[in-house]
Ligand binder design. Structure first.
Ligand code: ADP
Ligand code: MG
Length: 340
């Protein structure tokens, strides 16, 4: 890990073919005070640029999240450069909170963050271990600590992503085992050796209450990333990315129909941003399949690719909104993947 932590390419005149070589030694030589360090020679820089480029290209919107990710990358790149000059400082704290509604990209960005932190040598593996209260809290006395430690062991060297973290804290129940989890987490988050990044995720308002009730945790969280609900235009952009990503396309009428669909769906219960878009597209795909099968004619590639407005308008969101009874459109779990 030490070698990874400072993988600058060293230029050694007269060695090999003159191309930069990777510094493999665990103790990279300390640069002279008057040396000049080109950040672009940091091997991690390329991987980080790659992750940032993919973040930009594959995720619509999220401008402030993308900005914060770049800032974190810069902080760690400079930290690596400082180490090359032998400048010691404390390891930057990387525990984070991701706040935002459902389907705003928190889990997706956590995966990218893990890749980036790994490329920069901050963590040992580019993995995210996602847990919720039930994975950490035991049912009986003495069960919580082993459960939490098991989760920490699984996450070790990577990212522990605690979804809906505020469920760990139940002020109305003094004996709640969640408090035990928080104490173990605090210790782990303090430990310099742990090579573990904890990300607390959930709704903004509840998360704020959670942190104000747990100032110890809050003070150890260095980066707060806010995921705002997507606009209609952003959701359309997300839909287009998803459709293209699955080798489908909307024809012109389908495109307008889907814009109409979204405008309606956004006002309905349990709207979950990009996740609702994904679920809606799954259902369009089911309707397309049914429509094509029922044609009983040979099909072209274009037929197979194209989603039409019929595939969109089949949604129950278009039926009378005042007596909205079909809950399949507003149920966003796996069970929602049934034709509406
Ligand atoms: N900005 C975005 N651009 C494209 N797809 C997105 C975006 N945000 C979320 N998604 C997609 O929406 C789905 C839900 O996102 P996810 O990260 O699970 O949200 P959350 O964890 O906030 O509930 C995933 O399939 C993800 O790929
Ligand atoms: Mg999630």
């Amino acid at each position: 890990m030490a070698a990874e932590a400072n993988g600058f390419r060293l230029h050694r005149p007269g060695v090999g073919d003159g191309r930069p070589v990777r510094a493999e030694s665990a103790e990279p030589e300390i640069l002279d005070d008057d040396a000049v360090l080109d950040l672009s020679t940091d091997i991690a820089g390329g991987d980080v640029e790659d992750t940032l480029r993919r973040l930009d290209a594959e995720l619509v919107g999220l401008a402030n999240v993308k900005r914060r990710v770049r800032e974190i990358a810069a902080l760690l790149l400079i930290d690596r450069a400082r180490q090359r000059f032998g400048l010691s400082s404390s390891r930057p704290t990387m525990h984070m909170s991701f706040t935002g509604g459902p389907g705003t990209g928190k889990t997706t960005v956590a995966l990218r963050m893990a890749e980036m932190l790994h490329a920069l040598g901050y963590i040992r593996k580019p993995k995210v271990h996602t847990v919720t209260r039930d994975d950490l809290v035991g049912q009986f006395i003495g069960h919580t600590a082993p459960k939490t430690k098991e989760a920490l062991a699984k996450a070790a060297g990577g990212v522990l992503f605690i979804d809906e973290a505020y469920y760990l804290f139940r002020p109305e129940n003094e004996r709640d085992y969640g408090q035990e989890v928080i104490e173990i987490l605090l210790q782990e988050m303090e430990s310099e050796r742990a090579s573990l990044v904890v990300i607390f995720a959930g709704y903004p308002d509840r998360m704020e209450r959670f942190f104000s009730a747990n100032p110890g945790l809050s003070s150890r969280v260095a980066h707060h990333l806010e995921f705002t609900d997507y606009t209609h235009a952003e959701l359309m952009g997300i839909a287009e990315l998803m459709v293209a990503g699955e080798n489908f396309r909307f024809d012109e009428p389908a495109h307008s129909a889907f814009a109409e669909y979204l405008a309606l769906r956004m006002t309905r219960p349990r709207f979950s941003n990009a996740r609702s878009v994904r679920n809606a597209l799954d259902r369009c795909r089911l309707r397309q399949a049914k429509r094509l099968v029922e044609l009983h004619t040979p099909l072209t590639k274009t037929d197979l690719i194209t989603l039409t407005d019929r595939d969109v308008y089949g949604s129950s969101v278009f039926s009378d909104s005042s007596v909205f009874t079909d809950s399949s459109e507003t149920r966003e779990g796996p069970s929602a993947r049934a034709p509406a």
